[in-house]
Design a protein around this ligand. Structure first.
Ligand code: HBI
Ligand code: FE
Length: 285
């Protein structure tokens, strides 16, 4: 498999694929982060953790507290001690986006790829690709939750078949609408657990509070059929009744027939409802 060419390297670490191993891992090279980068992390952390207190699910809040990473860009090896004891997951540093097959293989073996570079000052609010803040702050707290830990391994193991059946888009929508943009009902209200929401300044409140956006109960096949937004807030969010519901919904689902039935259909546009669907109301602030 050919590695992507080196991209821009504003931070000195960004997108350097050249020295990566065959599985695309690199050293974190923690000592290469500058004081300015740690300071930028602290600002990002302070901003997002304020929203987390009111809008994130309990598992995220607990996980973030256990990781103790408010003071600067964390060392992955420190997080690995905590993760290893909690769920057996390990972080591996990567230069950025990696090929699907490699990504799935890491997840299948309980290794979570974390991008090592930090966004630049001019991209604090919006980033098209994952950086260390999105990957670590957004994803790692949830890896301490057993249900999410098990789900991600299952997702990794499902990758091969989805690719072989030309149905990767369908599988990827499960990840997108849960791990990246998932909501969960908790304490009678809506809470955020998806990393794409939690690491975004505007979307955390939007996803829970906006009166017009569509929220639907999580249903695996419905999710696999639903297109998504890649450069704006989502038009649909799916709501779990609990985090274990995610693994329970998928562990017994035979993906093959679902792929067979739906892979040739165009996805349902994000924001569209099907007859009989009852949206879940938002919670205006
Ligand atoms: N690589 N670093 C990184 N992070 C991702 O989230 C990621 C990836 N490669 C592939 C990928 N995600 C998705 O396309 C798969 O989940 C389908
Ligand atoms: Fe992500």
């Amino acid at each position: 498999m050919k590695k992507p060419r080196t991209q821009t390297s504003g931070s000195g670490l960004r997108g350097e694929y050249e020295g990566a191993a065959d599985d695309y891992t690199v050293g974190q090279d923690w000592h290469a982060y500058t004081p300015q980068m740690h300071e930028r992390w602290r600002r990002l952390f302070a901003r997002q953790s304020a929203l987390v207190k009111t809008h994130a699910c309990a598992a995220f809040r607990d996980g973030l507290a256990r990781l103790d990473c408010a003071q600067g860009i964390p060392r992955f090896e420190d997080a690995n001690v905590i993760l290893g004891a909690a769920t057996g997951w390990q972080l591996v540093a990567v230069p950025g986006f990696i090929p699907d097959a490699v990504f799935f293989d890491h997840l299948a073996h309980r290794r979570f790829p974390v991008t090592r570079w930090l966004r630049e000052e001019h991209e604090l609010d919006y980033l098209v690709e994952p950086d260390v803040f999105h990957d670590f702050f957004g994803h790692v707290p949830m890896l301490l939750n057993p249900a999410i830990a098990d789900f991600l391994e299952l997702y990794g193991k499902a990758g091969e078949r989805a690719m072989a059946m030309d149905a990767l888009d369908m599988l990827a929508r499960i990840y997108w609408y849960t791990i990246e943009f998932g909501l969960v009902r908790e304490e009678g209200g809506l809470k955020v657990f998806g990393a794409g929401i939690i690491s975004s300044s505007g979307e955390t409140r939007f996803s829970i509070e906006d009166a017009k956006v569509l929220r639907l109960p999580f249903e695996a096949v419905r999710v696999m059929r639903t297109g998504y937004m890649i450069d704006s807030f989502q038009k649909t969010y799916f709501v779990l009744e609990s985090l274990p519901q995610l693994i329970e919904a998928l562990v017994h689902l035979d993906f093959g027939p679902v792929y067979e039935t739906w892979r040739t259909h165009a996805p349902l546009p994000a924001g569209d409802t099907l007859p009989g669907e009852i949206p879940i109301a938002g919670e205006p602030a």
